[in-house]
Design a protein around this ligand. Structure first.
Ligand SMILES: [Zn+2]
Length: 285
């Protein structure tokens, strides 16, 4: 629990504004990542990863990887139809999974992944899951193609203050760490970080995959690797509190091989709409 800087009362972690005086601009995910125990657990993992890299002769590579990670951006992949709606105007926002469900816009499929997602988010994002948009960290602008053929790369300036990073796909994290409902207040720590500390989390997670000769072009695939199935995608998850619009985009990257030819007309319209807000659309082979 933090003290409000304006009225001095306690603010519960899940609140985005002080419940007593309404001071706004608090981001529960960022506060969770800045918790002293989380920070210290991450520092330990980071120091351990650097020491191990040292013993393997790739300390310099790990440090270079960390510096490169500070140039990463958040990326959200969506189908072109949805991106076209977002591109339409400044008044079209990107809603979260739960907002769409609560408003009846989206009917949850009710499959096992929906249930796993809901249970995971209740544990990891207690009380504020409705406001979190999920993204991945990217070095080359390409995101996870399983979620759509358009990679929406977000501007640092628009999200850095309200973003935190998480070790991996959070649903898979629950499985990999064998976390059960009764572990709600003993979750493993050191697996989330504020935006400005993301290099520590990435070095802690990935230094073991670096080789003494690893160079910058290898880093993007060490950071983000497409799996054969969605549950095999490997990435660092980004949690962004609050709304996004086309003004939040830095650029849109579309992979040609992932695009159906029928979408050519849509792509032309998308380019024109995004030109209004100076967001380029890049096509990659
Ligand atoms: Zn207050």
């Amino acid at each position: 629990m933090d003290k409000c800087s304006h009225c001095g009362n306690d603010i519960p972690l899940a609140e985005a504004r002080c419940p007593h005086c309404a001071l706004p601009g608090l981001f529960p995910n960022v506060r969770a990542a800045q918790d002293a125990k989380e920070v210290s657990a991450l520092e330990d993992r980071y120091a351990q990863a650097l020491a191990t890299a040292d013993s393997r002769g790739c300390r310099a590579t790990a440090e270079e990887f960390g510096r490169t990670i500070m140039t990463t951006q958040a990326v959200i992949n969506r189908p072109i139809g949805e991106v076209q709606r977002l591109a339409n105007s400044d008044n079209d926002g990107y809603a979260t999974y739960y907002q769409l469900g609560n408003s009846g816009v989206r009917i949850p499929a009710g499959d096992v992944w929906d249930r796993r997602r809901a249970a995971t988010d209740d544990l990891l994002l207690p009380g504020y899951k409705d406001d979190i948009r999920f993204a991945a960290l990217t070095l080359d602008g390409e995101g996870i193609w399983h979620y759509g053929e358009c990679a929406l790369v977000l501007k640092d300036h628009m999200i850095g203050h309200r973003a935190s990073v998480f070790e991996e796909n959070s649903v898979m994290f629950m499985q990999h760490h064998d976390i059960r409902v009764f572990d709600a207040d003993t979750l493993p720590q050191g697996f989330r970080a504020g935006w400005e500390e993301r290099q520590k989390l990435c070095v802690a997670k990935l230094a073991g995959k670096l080789m003494p000769g690893s160079v910058a072009p290898d880093f993007s695939h060490i950071l983000l690797a497409q799996g054969a199935k969605p549950e095999q995608d490997e990435f660092v998850e980004v949690h962004i509190w609050g709304p996004l619009t086309r003004r939040t985009f830095d650029r849109v990257v579309i992979k040609k091989g992932k695009r159906r030819s029928a979408a050519t007309v849509m792509l032309k319209a998308l380019r024109e709409k995004l030109r209004e807000v100076n967001v380029p659309v890049e096509e990659r082979p």
